[in-house]
Design a protein around this ligand. Structure first.
Ligand SMILES: Nc1ncnc2c1ncn2[C@@H]1O[C@H](COP(=O)(O)OP(=O)(O)OP(=O)(O)O)[C@@H](O)[C@H]1O
Ligand SMILES: [Mg+2]
Length: 704
């Protein structure tokens, strides 16, 4: 299997805009107006009824103005988010911000944005207006170069907000001077018709029916798209005839037009009726997914005796053909997504069927088993695949967790899901989120159990990764106590490992050495290689190095790297290379040290491992100082200063790192002089982590 390249998108300066999958029609004036508003104001909210084109128009605009924002245009979609408390998380993770520190999230979100000149798009705010408004207000207040563009069915009610309503597309007759063929609604219909029936052309024969259809559909893009799909089976006249009958039935005998929001409902309802019963049922069931999903997930969650597994693929294809489902393919495979308004409709339908709870349970079961598969496979040759996969499933994982935490009798599953995902919290840059959830789940499951023990050592690991060594120690000690009570020897070993990690961060080398030694010694069958044995070896080598036992440290690391190589374990290998660079430096082999540090950095690029990257860059700055490359070292110090802010406690507060850091600063200043030092340092503060890594790898010669 080919491993996907996984440069964490969040680190790229240009932003994270999704691609536009279909052609964009018209809206010239609206786009010009939006651009003007955005120049004048720092907050523009695009409002309008469902399906009118808010998200799509904003996306088009975003692509058009992208080059004007030095630090990119960023897109956060809140459509399927249920919990207002997760707005910050969702935005932070869309921005790709390392979610490491234990400080208040708003602080690190604001700090990350800092002086950056960027446009943040928050799509679909209406169900979380209050939470969005508070966050936007905070961000705009503390970040002078930030602009926000929101879409919402209602405004955010902020005093300086510019509200721009999105009307439906022009329909024939709106502008008497306009020809029928050039009308935007007609053009949208023709474009979508062409996708369904490649030989479809607008001509004198069908134009008046198409024009009438667009008028009937009030120029609502989603309604037009849904109607165009019916061309597979019907002519334009037939569609128009059926729709007219249906709408007049709905509008009552008076034959007055339907209000606009009802037009869309009616169009959706009509699409719904025209689906096969099995497709309808699948549509409803698919509404439990948040964001997009894989076919496998649909098969597991939605199939039963009424929807046999072997039929799901064809049914999904049917829904794609009817424009109910969107297809998204990327390097990791094909994924599907229900269009927002249609997902809402599906949700209501599911509720009417009384299937909401059972479907949510199945959704939870699926993500639990996926997480467990990921955990089992993590320390192996498909590590990068699992990193990419779980990042894609993040929204679904959140929904599953929320469901488990809120449902009596299911909270233990939350604990299991969270613990299995230790690699996601620790290795992929989501410590803060992991911690919040773990603490909630532990509270919800107070009785002593094996599941709790596992959650406790994971929590300890997460807290260590945030530099909260006191909290880490507390959790691992509790784990140890409870593990003895339930007779869980595996948890006892892992608790010892985590206690050792916390002791290392606190600079208690003797305690660290004893505890890590115990974890290594008792891991006799080598089952817990990662997160247990291999990281314990790396950490013990750091302890030994600090104690002046460089030879032992190096030979431990050589063994560790060998095991990593045999299993295809990359994440620990990157840490082992980092530790090796520290040992090489301590034995005055700066060139070897640099090679190992660079190897570590290259591996870390595959993961969203902000913490790991920062740690390696700290060591790289030291190596460069030893090589008398003071200007580059000073730049790295600047970049580190800036990037630790959003990552957590600088140097994890660990004495073995902070002492070295202070020494490097001193040497650089002495060699360069304060003024030159400040200049290089200042240049460094403008580097994001990706750029800092590139400069440490010798890929950036100069800094613009
Ligand atoms: N100008 C346009 N050109 C082409 N397609 C469009 C245009 N405007 C909207 N669409 C299409 O119409 C559909 C609905 O648009 P969109 O999702 O942007 O609506 P929305 O207002 O964001 O709805 P919601 O309130 O449900 O989020 C989408 O499939 C979109 O691609
Ligand atoms: Mg939308």
């Amino acid at each position: 299997m080919r491993l996907p390249m996984a440069t964490p998108t969040g680190w790229r300066r240009e932003g994270n805009l999704p691609a536009e999958l279909t052609s964009f029609i018209g809206r010239t004036r609206l786009l010009a107006n939006l651009k003007r508003r955005l120049n004048e104001s720092r907050l523009v909210t695009v409002t309008g009824i469902g399906g009118v084109g808010k998200s799509r128009t904003v996306l088009r605009l975003a692509h058009q103005v992208r080059s004007q924002y030095e630090d990119g245009v960023w897109f956060a979609d809140l459509a399927r988010l249920q919990d207002a408390g997760m707005v910050r998380h969702t935005i932070a993770s869309a921005l790709g911000i390392a979610d490491q520190s234990s400080r208040a999230e708003s602080e690190s979100l604001s700090e990350w944005v800092g002086e950056r000149q960027m446009l943040l798009i928050i799509d679909t705010c209406e169900h979380l207006v209050q939470g969005c408004a508070e966050l936007v207000e905070e961000l705009l207040e503390s970040n002078p170069n930030l602009k926000v563009l929101a879409t919402s069915r209602q405004s955010l009610h902020l005093p300086y907000e510019h509200v721009v309503p999105v009307p439906p597309l022009q329909v024939p007759g709106d502008d008497p001077a306009e020809g029928l063929f050039t009308n935007e609604s007609v053009q949208l219909f023709a474009a979508r018709a062409g996708a369904v029936m490649p030989d479809f052309v607008l001509d004198e024969e069908n134009i008046s029916a198409v024009a009438e259809l667009c008028r009937r559909l009030d120029g609502i893009p989603l309604a037009i798209e849904l109607a165009a799909v019916r061309l597979r089976a019907l002519s334009v006249e037939q569609i128009l005839g059926l729709l007219t009958d249906r709408f007049s039935l709905l509008a009552g005998a008076s034959r007055t037009a339907l209000p606009r929001h009802q037009t869309l409902r009616a169009a959706i309802g009509w699409s719904h009726e025209l689906c096969e019963p099995a497709e309808r049922l699948l549509w409803a069931r698919l509404s439990v997914f948040a964001g997009d999903f894989e076919l496998d997930a649909a098969r597991f969650v939605c199939a039963d005796e009424r929807l046999p597994q072997e039929d799901i693929t064809d049914l999904v294809t049917g829904l794609v053909e009817k424009s109910i489902l969107l297809i998204r393919s990327n390097h990791a495979g094909v994924r599907y997504k229900l269009i927002d308004t249609l997902a809402e409709y599906g949700e209501e339908w599911l509720d009417k069927l009384g299937e909401t709870e059972p479907m949510r349970h199945r959704h939870l079961d699926y993500y639990l088993s996926l997480a467990q598969r990921g955990e089992d496979a993590w320390s192996g040759p498909r590590q990068i695949y699992w990193f990419v996969r779980m990042r894609q499933e993040h929204d679904n994982v959140r929904v599953a967790l929320e469901h488990a935490l809120r449902t009596p009798g299911k909270t233990m599953l939350a604990l299991k899901l969270l613990s299995s995902l230790w690699f996601m919290w620790i290795c992929c840059g989501f410590t803060r989120e992991g911690r919040l959830y773990l603490e909630r789940a532990l509270q919800a499951n107070p009785g002593v159990s094996k599941e709790r023990c596992k959650a406790l050592w994971v929590l300890s690991y997460v807290r260590s990764a945030q530099g909260d060594s006191g909290g880490a120690l507390a959790a691992s000690e509790q784990c140890s106590t409870e593990a003895v009570r339930v007779g869980d020897s595996k948890a006892v070993i892992l608790a010892s490992k985590m206690q050792g990690t916390a002791a290392l961060l606190q600079g208690d080398l003797q305690k660290a050495s004893a505890l890590l030694g115990v974890a290594i010694e008792f891991n006799t069958d080598n089952k817990e290689l990662n997160p247990g044995l291999l990281p314990a070896i790396v950490e013990l080598s750091l302890v030994l190095n600090s104690q002046g036992e460089m030879y032992e440290a190096e030979s431990l690391l050589a063994d560790c790297l060998q095991v990593c190589k045999e299993r295809g374990e990359l994440w620990v290998a990157s840490y082992a290379n980092w530790a090796l660079s520290i040992v090489c430096l301590a034995t005055t082999r700066a060139a070897d040290a640099l090679r190992s540090a660079q190897e570590a950095l290259r591996i870390k690029r595959h993961f969203h491992d902000t913490l790991g990257t920062l740690l390696v860059l700290e060591t790289t700055a030291r190596i460069l100082t030893a090589q008398d490359q003071m200007s580059l070292a000073a730049r790295l110090l600047g970049a580190l200063h800036q990037n630790w802010k959003s990552a957590g406690l600088p140097m994890l507060g660990a004495p073995f790192l902070t002492t070295d850091h202070d020494q490097v600063v001193k040497e650089c200043k002495k060699s360069l002089g304060e003024q030159a030092y400040d200049e290089y340092f200042g240049e460094g503060t403008r580097l994001d982590l990706d750029e800092a890594s590139a400069s440490a790898l010798g890929e950036l010669d100069t800094i613009e």
